[in-house]
Design a protein around this ligand. Sequence first.
Ligand SMILES: NC(=O)c1ccc[n+]([C@@H]2O[C@H](COP(=O)([O-])OP(=O)(O)OC[C@H]3O[C@@H](n4cnc5c(N)ncnc54)[C@H](O)[C@@H]3O)[C@@H](O)[C@H]2O)c1
Length: 312
Amino acid sequence: MNMNVVITERMHRSGIDFLKENDANVELLYETNRSLEDAIKDADGVVVRVAKINENLMRIGKEHKLKVIAKHGIGVDNIDVEAAKKLGIRVVNVPYSCINAVAEFALGAILLLAKDYVRFDSEVRKGNWNLRYHKSNVEIRGKTIGIIGYGNIGRTVAKFANSLGAYVFAYDRFVEVHEDYVKQVGLETLLKGSDFISIHVPLTKETYHLIGRRELEIVREGVYIVNTSRGGIVDESALCEAIERGRVSGALLDTTEQEPVTLDNPILKCRNLILTAHSAGNSDVAVVGDSLDSCRQVLQVLKGEEPPFIVA
Ligand SMILES: NC(=O)c1ccc[n+]([C@@H]2O[C@H](COP(=O)([O-])OP(=O)(O)OC[C@H]3O[C@@H](n4cnc5c(N)ncnc54)[C@H](O)[C@@H]3O)[C@@H](O)[C@H]2O)c1
């Protein structure tokens, strides 16, 4: 069976090797000058990271031989899942590989903001060792960490937060919290009562700007916000204004509305905002699992087998 799989973006070689060992032809799109619009005409399967796969691309693929799109990771907001259902193209993802990677990253961000390592480093380098007499750092124990989205990652962050002696609030519209160390609350209570907010909902129509101007008006004064989920869930200009006013003490955004962030993006001017490159899920362990399990499922679909993580 002749199988062509297009890999849109760089990823760990484990999945690519697996495809080749199983006699698939692999096209590494990022090493060619070809557009995805063109390459999808030859593809039985496509593996994507953040590249957008819209209905138009799917239709082009479907007119030829496209059968499956695999997401290297969890969030499928870059794939038009409804269009895939309509067209009968299978969509799969890898929901378990990077849970710990993202949860650890979020915890690291909470600590980074609380302890202000970056500022201390830059002041010490300027000779301002005496900052220690003027600036204290924030202790996590006894503070409240509010988790928005109590799924696989949110639950893991809650466990970490509990182990540090924090109170934990969780807001989730669809799941019930069972852990006795977590208090399930409404969004407003979470916003008003949390010293740290960590966001772990998918990007959907409902979660777009879930944390917007109105929400940032009612957050607890001096809150820290961490978003390792998706750009678009936090209104970035409202966040920068809230940081400017001191309502929000600081934030870390791993994901932003514009990715990659270009040098003219106004968020780069925002102080007390730390930006990372959608890298929370890219741990040494997770990149192997994401690569292997996305490619493995492509082959399963192409061989007529049932893959474990079907989205559409
Ligand atoms: N930064 C990264 O590298 C990276 C890596 C992996 C995942 N992510 C993001 O993290 C998100 C969460 O991952 P997960 O594995 O925990 O997903 P999950 O599906 O296990 O959990 C998401 C939770 O959000 C809840 N939810 C959905 N819509 C909601 C709404 N409108 N209001 C309140 N709660 C809502 C769901 O009920 C669910 O419990 C993913 O969707 C993805 O966007 C980011």
